[in-house]
Design a protein around this ligand. Structure first.
Ligand code: NAP
Ligand code: GLV
Length: 310
């Protein structure tokens, strides 16, 4: 069995070690330097492959994504036909994302940004503490990542809701779904977390209209993709005061360009697309399971529906 590995973002040598531990004797070649005889590869392990590259490997049985989001694979308009694209679902990835979300939800709820600014300047001052049960947290996206984070935020006592394409039945989480559910969901959401896949239906979903539907003083945490947000609309809502603050992990262009206003905006916190990173020693378990399924002639888990885009 032979794997080709293509990613500018992941540590190839860590992956080589992890894959060879699961598949002793397999081939593992790193694109582009180690690639020879493109017909000999069975599996492509990829993050953001160049358009048209994967179709030059004629015998692939599976395209295994190094990330949960597959927008960077589906943007290849020339993907080989009939080869399943399998997205990453992994315990470490899920737990890492929930940690990031919990950290920022608590940060905004307890107004830690304000307190840290005060104490750094030698100011000793307290604000009224509010009841966690009254704080309304909302997740755009209740999939693998959104649902885990939502459950954990709800376990702390917050009033949690989520919006998804289809209705969800998750204990302790209020479900809104579909186009009609979006505005009522936004109207009640004081801390908004974006955990949607980037598709034609979700691109630019955080825009002038949806921001206006949030209550005055809402906070935003975007840990999905930069293109979910219309930057000018968010900046205007922050400057106008309707939105209190935003934590942004993902951007239209990454790394975030040096002259982007987000870097210095007093109400914006930038993190470098690290909300949850793929851990090879854990994610390889999912890869092994899917390769075994495909080798046994079965459908892999978490196959992407190319039409839906996730
Ligand atoms: P997932 O399991 O596929 O879940 C996607 C969720 O979004 C589902 O609840 C889905 O609804 C909902 N959704 C999709 N299209 C929708 C639409 N048009 N209207 C309403 N809801 C819609 O994905 P995931 O594993 O949770 O990952 C979510 C995203 O997180 C990834 O796509 C990626 O972009 C991002 N991510 C970021 C980082 C980071 O470090 N910043 C790390 C990992 C992932 P249904 O359940 O009804 O289908
Ligand atoms: C990271 O952004 C991922 O999609 O896993």
């Amino acid at each position: 069995m032979k794997f080709m590995f293509l990613s500018a973002a992941d540590k190839a040598e860590a992956w080589r070690e992890a894959i060879l531990a699961k598949f002793p004797g397999a081939g593992f070649d790193i694109w582009p330097d180690e690639i020879a005889d493109k017909a000999s590869y069975d599996y492509a392990i990829v993050w953001r492959p160049p358009v048209g590259e994967l179709k030059t490997f004629p015998n692939l049985k599976g395209i295994l994504s190094l990330g949960a989001g597959v927008d960077g694979i589906l943007s290849d308009t020339e993907l080989p036909e009939g080869v399943p694209v399998v997205r990453l679902v992994d315990r470490c990835l899920t737990e890492g994302m929930s940690e990031y979300v919990l950290y920022w939800v608590i940060h905004y709820h307890r107004r830690m940004g304000v307190y840290l600014n005060w104490t750094r300047n030698g100011t000793w001052k307290q604000m009224r503490q509010t009841d966690t049960r009254d704080k309304k947290v909302g997740f755009l996206g209740l999939g693998e990542l959104g649902s885990d984070a939502a459950r954990k935020v709800a376990a702390l006592g917050f009033d949690v809701a989520g919006w998804s394409r289809t209705e969800k039945h998750i204990d302790g989480i209020t479900s809104f779904h579909g186009k009609d559910g979006l505005v009522p969901f936004l109207n009640r959401t004081e801390i908004l977390i974006v955990l949607l896949p980037l598709t034609e239906a979700t691109r630019g979903i955080v825009n002038k209209e949806t921001l206006a539907a949030l209550p005055e003083g809402a906070d935003i945490i975007n840990c999905a993709r930069g293109a979910h947000v219309v930057d000018e609309d968010l900046l205007a809502a922050l400057d106008g005061g309707h939105i209190n603050a935003a934590t942004l992990d993902v951007f239209h262009s990454e790394p975030l360009p040096a002259d982007h206003p987000y870097w210095t905006h007093p109400k914006v916190t930038v993190t470098p697309h690290m909300a949850s990173l793929t851990v090879p020693s854990s994610a390889v378990e999912w890869m092994e399971e899917n390769v075994r399924l495909i080798e046994a002639g079965k459908a892999p888990l978490n196959t992407v529906d190319v039409k839906k885009g996730y």
